[in-house]
Design a protein around this ligand. Structure first.
Ligand code: GUN
Length: 303
């Protein structure tokens, strides 16, 4: 009997680290140009409390800022900081002409109203793109400061696929940080967009119609091959720490990579996919904020 053993198809790896390095090189060059003109782009990062994951994210953001030449200011407060004290800090940063970007790391302690804090950041300094004015501008298709994780996902998709026009994109998850702005960005890129969430019926069957699938649910390895159309491009936003039987831990995405890579054309790894792009887009937003403020200062000078 002549038996041929075929190994399962392995999806192409979409290298987020390499894409982030390319973007950061552009950012570093533009940052040097600002410094040569006498202004040092500056990012203020505010961390309240001692959430371990937030500490890691903030450390990575500050380290990357330093690498590309962006000046960073770090504001660390204990978890019992009052909302009014945090608002006072934001007022000061809003008024400081030397500060171009302001980021308040989320989540905040429960006694602080997150929406009130996000609304208090000057929209021109809102490098997270979470202020309602920027969220509204994004939905209207304007060139506003845009949330970093979905902006990074879009860039990876455009690098890999080229023009996204007419593709069917499915976004799994409807968070304010990722799912909703991701859907708005894909629509702006002329995709047909479906958003799935915990109340969606037949979610896997709907997802299996997607040319592009974005997984942003925060559930370790929830999405397997049954959710994927053969040849789809899959972006995994999840970063979940899971503990093995022997007590050690590892990071996994929202996608079951071993299963999905037998069907998909391409997949982002975890770690090393979306994560590095999120931070690179934050640096890019800091320079965009610097440009926006420079333009608005020139306009106000002209009366
Ligand atoms: N916490 C998790 N993701 C984010 C993010 O993109 N920005 C901020 N500020 N906090 C977060």
């Amino acid at each position: 009997m002549n038996m041929t053993l075929t190994s399962p198809q392995r999806a192409e790896n979409i290298d987020g680290k390499a894409a982030a390095r390319r973007l950061l090189a552009e950012v570093a060059a533009e940052c040097r140009a600002f410094v040569d003109q006498g202004h040092h782009p500056t990012l203020a990062v505010v961390l309240v409390g001692d959430d371990p994951a937030s500490q890691v994210y903030v450390r990575n953001k500050l380290r990357t800022a330093e690498e590309v030449g962006i000046r960073s200011l770090e504001y660390r407060f204990p978890a019992n900081l009052s909302e009014s004290e945090l608002l006072a800090t934001l007022d000061k940063l809003n008024l400081d002409p030397l500060v171009n970007g302001i980021l308040v790391q989320l989540p905040l302690p429960r006694h602080i109203n997150e929406q009130a804090i996000l609304r208090a950041i000057d929209p021109l300094k809102d490098v997270d793109g979470f202020h309602p004015e920027n969220v509204g501008g994004l939905v209207h298709g304007q060139a506003v400061l845009t949330p970093c994780t979905p902006a990074g996902c879009l860039r990876l998709l455009q690098d890999y696929c080229g023009d996204l026009s007419g593709k069917h994109a499915v976004v799994v998850g409807r968070s304010n940080i990722v799912g909703k702005p991701m859907a708005a960005l894909l629509l702006k890129a002329h995709c047909s967009v479906t958003t799935l969430h915990s109340r969606s019926q037949d979610a896997a069957a709907l997802a299996a119609q997607a040319d592009i699938l974005i997984a942003a649910v925060g559930q370790p390895e929830m999405i397997d091959a049954s959710w994927i159309k053969p040849g789809a491009v899959v972006i995994d936003v999840g970063i979940n720490r899971v503990t093995r039987a022997n007590g050690s831990s590892r990071l996994v995405g929202d996608v079951d990579a071993a299963s999905v890579s037998t069907v998909a054309a391409a997949l982002t790894p975890v770690p090393g996919g979306v994560g590095p792009m999120t931070i690179a887009c934050l640096m890019q937003n800091t320079l965009q904020a610097t440009r926006l403020q420079t333009a608005s200062a020139v306009l106000s000078h002209c009366g």
